[in-house]
Design a protein around this ligand. Structure first.
Ligand SMILES: Nc1ncnc2c1ncn2[C@@H]1O[C@H](COP(=O)(O)OP(=O)(O)OP(=O)(O)O)[C@@H](O)[C@H]1O
Length: 680
């Protein structure tokens, strides 16, 4: 029992133990539950944390990826920057080279500037001299103009007296003419040749060896100038008003103004080639003179007229026809010479090896020997020569010949040496009309001068003066062989344009033609009808004609001189105005340079006297010293522009410049600083 009791005790104990255990296990269970709960909570927290971390992670990944992209982008940029850096370095190197060059150019420019400044000073001095000269010239001009005006007035008065006398003489002449016809019945006076159907003169060309005796038979035309007036047809752009320029059988009537009350000018000519007449009609007028060449005489055919009046056209056709006519001359040595007189200078228009070798003397080797069968070759050479002439565009003609062209053919036979000269003169228009200036004005003035010289020669020949002024111009010098001498036939073709715009020039051309034409009728009658009264009348008429011609020539010359003088003064005025405006421009540029701040700063000091900068500064100083001769200029520059140049106090330059430039001390005790007048 005890055992039982013991057992019972034990059971109680066990039960107690059990209960305790149960309580403990409950407690433990609760503890576990709590622990589990806690762990669950923790797990939940952890899970939440994990979730959060996952989110964070994905965000971080995104960020990482973004960063990675940015890094690669940055790396690219770094690459680009590196490349750019490299490029900049190259650029820098290039710029350094450029800077070097620029500095060198700046130095050169500085020297040029100094030179320009010197030139400017000179130009200013010249301008002052010019101004003084102009003032003096304009005073002289006024005096000269007044003198010329007085002379013109005197001549006009003389002219009006002569005109009255002429009317008287004409009356006497007409009276005497009737008497002559009555007195000399039976003596037939050949009718005046009609210009339109000019009689065909039978000029038989002699065979080779034709004697001088025969040639003398044709002496009638010696020393008279045959005048032919040619009016060319109007060009497409031209307007021919037949009321303003009226051409009839032997007269040309010009009315310069449309005003009904204005007087028209009437000119009488025996030989007029009308606009509708062809080249044969023209050649018929001069073929007799051409034939004389085959008789051992000389001939000269000249075309005169304003620009565009048809001189070259006329001369070309005459040359072709004349060469054709002279073909008959056989067994002669024929030579050709083609010269141009431009601005009083002679130019050979035939290019040969010889004259290329010696371009300084155009006359040397200018006469070319032609083949036996010479005509074709001569025409070829002349055509080439024509193409080489100096031409220019003027208001009056697109290809205006600005020179006189002289084509000469020489015929050397056993019996004679004859020569024919074809002269295409330069345009005779007045300088005012062709709107020219400068070089072209000079050209026009020289053309007018040589045409005046030609008139003087013709006048001297007509008046049978002892001295004929051939040497007054290159043109007359070259024409001397065919203009002068008793064995020469001179033909002047006065070319006119029918255009309304040219009426003024046409009047001038016709007036000159009237003066040049010899009173052949008088000459003819003098030879055939020798009564005392007729002789007296004719000599009076001849005297009157010569006087009138002289007065008109002088008037014309005076007018040309006056015109040339006025244009020369105008040209000079223009040149001076141009010079003044150039000076103003330079002044302006100079002022700009002075006020512009220097672009290059040369800051290096002259440490070593032999360094490049030292040399540069020395050069600047030297130029400043040169300028110091002109103290005003130097002072002005010192005031305006400053540039620091350092020099050792012992430098000899300092002593020289020191007197003009004020040295100031700068902090470095061993250097003296000069404020110089340099502009870079
Ligand atoms: N008789 C004519 N028949 C037809 N056209 C002509 C005649 N004469 C001249 N012409 C024409 O008139 C124009 C001017 O002629 P040309 O060149 O011969 O004049 P110019 O007097 O020699 O001029 P410049 O002095 O300027 O040289 C040319 O186009 C030419 O063909």
């Amino acid at each position: 029992m005890a055992n039982y009791k013991n057992g019972e005790t034990n059971l109680d104990d066990v039960l107690q133990e059990y209960n305790e255990f149960k309580a403990q296990s409950k407690e433990y269970e609760e503890f576990l539950e709590a622990d589990i709960q806690e762990k669950d909570n923790k797990i939940e927290d952890l899970l939440n944390t994990i979730e959060k971390l996952k989110d964070d992670n994905s965000e971080l990944r995104k960020k990482y990826e973004k960063d990675e992209m940015e890094i690669s982008k940055l790396l690219n940029e770094v690459d680009i920057i590196k490349k750019k850096l490299k490029w900049y370095e190259e650029q820098k190197r290039d710029l350094e080279v450029l800077n070097d060059q620029w500095e060198r150019s700046a130095r050169v420019l500085e020297y040029s500037k100094q030179e320009l400044e010197e030139r400017l000073t000179q130009a200013e001095e010249i301008a002052i001299i010019y101004k003084e000269e102009i003032e003096e010239l304009s005073i002289n001009k006024e005096i000269e103009m007044q003198r010329l005006k007085d002379q013109c007035n005197e001549l006009k008065q003389e002219l009006s007296i002569v005109t009255v006398e002429k009317a008287d003489l004409n009356r006497t002449f007409n009276k005497n003419k009737v008497e002559i016809v009555t007195l000399n019945e039976g003596i037939s006076i050949p009718p005046k040749p009609k210009s339109r159907n000019h009689s065909k003169s039978s000029s038989k060309i002699p065979s080779r060896g034709h004697s001088r005796k025969n040639s003398n038979e044709s002496n009638d035309c010696s020393q008279s100038v045959k005048v032919v007036v040619r009016v060319r047809p109007p060009l497409k752009a031209e307007n021919w008003d037949k009321n303003a320029l009226n051409i009839s059988q032997n007269t040309i009537c010009v009315k310069e103004s449309k005003n009904k009350n204005t007087d028209s000018k009437t000119f009488e000519f025996e030989n007029i080639v009308f606009p509708d007449q062809n080249e044969d009609a023209l050649f018929a007028q001069i073929k007799e003179s051409v034939s004389h060449v085959a008789y051992g005489k000389n001939a000269c055919v000249m075309a005169y007229g304003q620009t565009g009046s048809g001189k070259t056209y006329t001369m070309n056709s005459i040359i072709h026809k004349a060469v054709d006519k002279l073909r008959i001359i056989e067994n002669a040595e024929v030579t050709i010479q083609c010269l141009e007189v431009y601005n009083e200078q002679v130019k050979n228009l035939i290019l040969t090896d010889q004259n290329i070798k010696n371009p300084k003397d155009p006359m040397e080797g200018s006469e070319i020997k032609l083949k036996v069968d010479w005509a074709e070759q001569a025409l070829e050479i002349i055509n080439e020569a024509i193409s080489r002439r100096t031409t220019k565009f003027t208001d009056c003609n697109e290809r205006s010949s600005r020179s006189h062209a002289i084509y000469t053919l020489n015929f050397y036979t056993n019996d004679y040496h004859s020569k024919i000269q074809f002269v295409d003169l330069a345009g005779s228009e007045r300088v005012g009309k062709s709107n020219v200036s400068g070089e072209t004005l000079k050209e026009a003035l020289l053309i007018n001068k040589s045409l005046s010289a030609l008139q003087d020669v013709i006048s001297a020949l007509e008046n049978k003066q002892k001295h004929v002024p051939y040497r007054n111009s290159m043109l007359t010098k070259l024409l001397q062989p065919t203009l002068g001498g008793s064995q020469s036939a001179v033909n002047m073709i006065f070319n006119c344009s029918p255009s309304n715009e040219s009426l003024n020039e046409t009047v001038c051309t016709l007036a000159l033609a009237s003066r040049v034409k010899a009173v052949d009728l008088g000459f003819f009658i003098r030879k055939n009808l020798k009564t005392k009264e007729v002789e007296r009348t004719l000599s009076l008429l001849e005297k009157e004609r010569l006087e009138k011609n002289n007065i008109l020539r002088t008037l014309d010359k005076l007018q040309r001189d006056l015109e040339s003088y006025q244009f020369a003064v105008k040209d000079r005025d223009n040149k001076i105005a141009m010079l003044n405006s150039k000076i103003k421009l330079r002044d302006k540029a100079y002022q700009e340079v002075k006020t512009t701040k220097p672009k290059i700063e040369i800051t290096k000091t002259m440490d070593s006297p032999n360094s490049t900068n030292s040399l540069l500064n020395k050069a600047k100083l030297r130029s400043a010293m040169n300028k110091s001769k002109n103290k005003n200029l130097l002072c002005l520059n010192i005031k305006d522009i400053g540039r620091v140049v350092s020099l050792s106090p012992s430098n000899p330059m300092l002593k020289t410049v020191g007197s003009t430039l004020k040295p100031t001390r700068i902090p470095t005790p061993s250097f003296t600083c000069l404020r110089l007048n340099q502009c870079f």
